[in-house]
Design a protein around this ligand. Structure first.
Ligand code: SF4
Length: 142
């Protein structure tokens, strides 16, 4: 039986913090996964979905993480009204964007996470701090 709590897609849609053990595994993914649909033997014989043809990927194959983090609730809800996210609350999309931002390894992106690391929302603060730990260059050894 599939343990859904070990599924990356599950965590991008869960109303909870993404466990630290899974964050690096998510890489640049901000929503869903669907690799299992591509490798599942039950799908053989069914016209195979090709990369770029799943509904989510059709919707927007590449997203700007910085835009996600700077967009208002209304903008995110309007842009992603076809996606499920818990309680229709865009903070879960921002949580996912913070994880992907940390995985980007690009220190130039750190400024997009900083407001969340200093914010009141403990869910987003935790994920922003995690991202910033990965984005900030290590201090030089003295
Ligand atoms: S391959 Fe399937 S089960 Fe595995 S993380 Fe992706 S969606 Fe979940």
């Amino acid at each position: 039986m599939l343990d859904s709590t070990r599924c990356l897609s599950y965590w991008t849609q869960a109303p909870a913090p993404i466990p630290e053990d899974y964050r690096a595994e998510l890489g640049a993914q901000v929503y869903g996964c669907d690799i299992c649909q591509d490798v599942c033997p039950w799908n053989r014989g069914i016209e195979k979905r090709r990369a770029g043809e799943t509904p989510d990927r059709d919707l927007e194959p590449h997203v700007s993480l910085v835009e996600w983090l700077e967009a208002s609730d209304e903008e995110l809800r309007g842009r992603y009204d076809r996606l499920y996210f818990p309680r229709n609350d865009p903070r879960y999309l921002r949580r996912n964007a913070l994880v992907a931002l940390g995985n980007s390894g690009d220190p130039e992106h750190a400024t997009a996470a900083e407001p969340y690391a200093a914010g009141d929302d403990s869910l987003l603060r935790d994920h922003a701090e995690w991202a910033l730990e990965r984005l900030r260059p290590l201090p030089p050894h003295g």
